[in-house]
Design a protein around this ligand. Structure first.
Ligand code: GLN
Length: 497
């Protein structure tokens, strides 16, 4: 039974399809793991035991009747608590949505269910996906399974920690500035930010609509590809959803090769603030790509230096508008509604009590940046910087097929270390944010452990928009070569919980 939690999603699906094990047994093994260890890790905000077992039973019934099963049918998954789930709480890590039960499923939720994927529960996250450590959750932090005193990344720390602690073989995250890739990097897992518009945002609580992108998280590149194929594709309910065929991600993950590929290394992504051991592992990964037959080209993307500043004007501006809907009248929390107060006062009291400090900081910053008289100076300049980032990527992709970079400047830092220093926290996304500004696709996958602290390091692969399959082609080749060198997947090195 306990073996089941160590299997990949692809292996689990094959066993369920062959009838070696039932989907209910697979779900029970993972629920038992959650019972045994999640008190320590705190990856989940809500475990939906009854819902998971019902979904698993439905898969077993289908199989018994000889009906066709999807490629991930019967595989458990941990869903970031930013996606609406009909009848199951959705808090976005915030007090303001405490007790809210959505009346509908997000498109991602719906597609997971239709594929026979078993949703175990909802994972912890920084409030409204604002953060890089999961410490901004109103429900307490999540521990990194490699060292519970360290952060699991953020905002999707719960999803990444659930994978690294073998509570789920698959998870879903969202990435506005790095929240899928940075948690993947610091937990030794795989995370993909698809091309903007590749996965529907319908029912995904909005933070910064021009940047937000849902995507797959897993322990292997192939598992991420299989999940990507389930959730991606056009959705008429999302006006920014791409109406084009999904790139052939699964085929690419199975093919896995870099021979003849041109790989760009951005020279701005090193120097001050980059941990020595992270750069050592990154340089080895570049060397490996060369050995595998890739041509390595050095690139300069000077506008990337302005990306972090531009992001911290654009994302707060969009969030100040998106979060206006939490007015105490429509959803969740309502404070001070005793019959004596005006609606405005109730709204103000509710927002005061319901939002945490980081969310308030961003709403204030965004409201200021969008106010008349300042709009051109702040928001307008940030949009211009965004255009420069887009152009730097366009120039880069004239010379190379993919760009590689470290995913994060450092390994997982201790819980509390950056909690009172927003600028230090923001720097965790230095290497991931340019991708969101440009709308490209990117993956983080493990490239070893930093020698100074023994913690996982992430390699980031970046592809042009709509070329998500290249991430998987390169990622699968790198993963196979590293595992051949190490003799096992990276998570086997993780201290046992
Ligand atoms: N850490 C970044 C932020 O705080 C990115 C978050 C995200 O991708 N959701 O905005």
């Amino acid at each position: 039974m306990t073996d089941l939690i160590r299997l990949t999603a692809a292996e689990l699906a094959a066993r369920v399809a062959a009838g070696d094990v039932s989907a209910v047994e697979v779900a029970e093994a993972h629920l038992a793991r959650i019972d045994a260890i999640d008190e320590k890790v705190h990856a989940f905000l809500h475990v939906d035991r009854a819902g998971a077992l019902a979904q698993a039973r439905a898969v077993d019934d289908k199989r018994a009747k000889g009906e066709p099963l999807g490629p991930l049918a019967g595989v458990p998954l941990a869903l970031k608590d930013i996606f609406t789930t009909e009848g199951v709480p959705t808090t976005v890590g915030s007090r303001i949505l405490e007790g809210w039960i959505p009346p509908y499923d997000a498109t991602v939720t719906k597609r997971l269910k239709e594929a026979g994927i078993v949703i175990l529960g909802k994972t912890n996250m920084d409030e409204f996906a604002m953060g890089s450590s999961t410490e901004n959750s109103a429900y307490g932090p999540t521990g990194n399974p490699w060292d519970l005193t360290r952060i699991p990344g953020g905002s999707g720390g719960g999803s990444a920690a659930s994978l690294a602690s073998f509570q789920a073989p698959l998870a879903i995250g969202t990435d506005t500035g790095g929240s899928i890739r940075q948690p993947a990097a610091v937990t030794g897992t795989v995370g993909v930010k698809p091309t903007y518009g590749g996965v529907s945002r319908y029912g995904m609580v909005a933070f910064s609509s021009s940047l937000d992108q849902g995507g797959p998280c897993a322990r292997t590149v192939l598992d991420a590809a299989l999940l990507h194929a389930v959730i991606a594709g056009h959705d008429p309910m999302d006006s920014t959803s791409i109406d084009a065929p999904v790139p052939p991600v699964v085929e690419a993950a199975r093919a896995g090769s870099v021979a003849g590929l041109r790989v760009g290394v951005v020279k701005e992504f090193r120097g001050e603030g980059f941990q020595t051991g992270v750069m050592r592992r990154f340089d080895e990964a570049v060397e490996l790509l060369r050995e595998l037959g890739a041509e390595v080209v050095e690139l300069s993307c000077p506008s990337f230096e302005a990306a972090l500043a531009a992001y911290y004007l654009i994302a707060p501006s969009e969030c100040s508008s998106n979060l206006a809907r939490f007015d105490a009248m429509r959803y969740g929390l309502r404070v001070g509604d005793d019959g004596t107060r005006s609606a405005e006062d109730v709204t103000a009291l509710t927002r005061e009590a319901g939002f945490g400090p980081e969310v308030k900081r961003r709403i204030i910053l965004g409201t200021y940046a969008l106010s008349s008289g300042y709009y051109d100076a702040y928001y307008g300049s940030a949009q211009k910087a965004r255009t420069l980032v887009v152009r730097d990527f366009a120039r880069a992709f004239e010379q190379v097929d993919v760009v590689v970079a470290p995913t994060t400047p450092t390994t997982a830092f201790p819980i509390g270390e950056r909690a009172d220093d927003p600028m230090a926290m923001y720097r965790a996304d230095l290497c991931t944010i340019p991708v969101n500004l440009a709308g490209n696709a990117a993956m983080s996958l493990p490239c070893g452990l930093a020698p100074e602290d023994g913690l996982p390091v992430g390699l980031q692969i970046i592809a042009p928009a709509l070329a998500d399959d290249r991430l998987y082609r390169v990622g699968a080749a790198v993963e196979a070569a590293f595992q051949a060198r190490w003799g096992h997947p990276i998570l086997e090195e993780a201290p046992a919980l």
